[in-house]
Design a binder for this molecule. Structure first.
Ligand code: SAH
Length: 193
């Protein structure tokens, strides 16, 4: 199959993702940060996330990764598109449910509320589930072993190195309320983990 199909899919997914995030990024600038838990590790993880995000765009726009191409086939393309669509839906829903409590890094906002409803009802990290699904989708769609998994590696490392610090911050902020919420929810996949 023509790799331009994969390029069009990845570009469309990226445009939708940016369109979902942009209004929240803009609004979050107007909500004051009550307490920042941003460490130098967090800064490094954000840089890694940006690199993971941009590599597929470089693959679309340039021959930089042509050494790692392989033929595109229909099965991974279809499975990947499904992951991208579900991931983007969950990304949209988790932003809608978190509202002004969202931050790109570890921060507590003024008048921060603990969200336990909507897509937060059964899992504590639906936005990370969304990003993982989305990046699995990219890995399947992009017929390139270097550019394909770049986002997945970045998101997996971000999740692995951030999740404990984030949950600790939430316990500090919300105490028993977060402990009870943790006890009745899973992290990424409802009923599983
Ligand atoms: N880990 C969550 C949120 C990612 S955004 C998810 O994957 O869906 C990261 C910020 O969201 C954190 O800095 C924290 O301030 C905020 N946050 C995380 N879980 C929250 C919750 N249940 N209610 C309110 N804010 C939350």
């Amino acid at each position: 199959m023509n790799p331009w199909i994969a390029k069009a899919v990845v570009l469309a997914g990226t445009v939708v993702m940016v369109a979902i995030r942009a209004p929240h990024g803009q609004r979050s600038r107007s909500v004051k940060v009550a307490k920042s838990h941003k460490t130098s590790l967090e800064t490094g993880l954000l840089v890694l996330a940006w690199v993971g995000f941009f590599v597929p765009l470089i693959w679309i726009a340039s021959p930089a990764f042509s050494f790692a191409e392989y033929p595109l086939s229909a099965g991974p393309l279809v499975a990947g598109v499904m992951c991208l669509v579900i991931g983007l839906w969950l990304f949209y829903r988790s932003h809608a449910d978190l509202g002004t409590n969202w931050s790109i890094t570890l921060e507590v906002r003024e008048q921060h509320r603990l969200i336990t409803q909507g897509v937060y009802r059964r899992i504590r990290h639906p936005m990370y589930s969304a990003l993982l699904l989305y990046s699995v989708g990219q890995t399947l769609v992009i017929p390139n072993w270097a550019a394909g998994p770049s986002n997945l590696i970045a998101v997996a490392v971000l999740f692995a190195l951030r999740v404990r610090a984030e949950e600790k911050m939430m316990v500090q902020q919300f105490g028993d309320e977060y402990a009870a919420y943790s006890a009745r929810t899973k992290r990424l996949v409802p009923r599983v983990w």
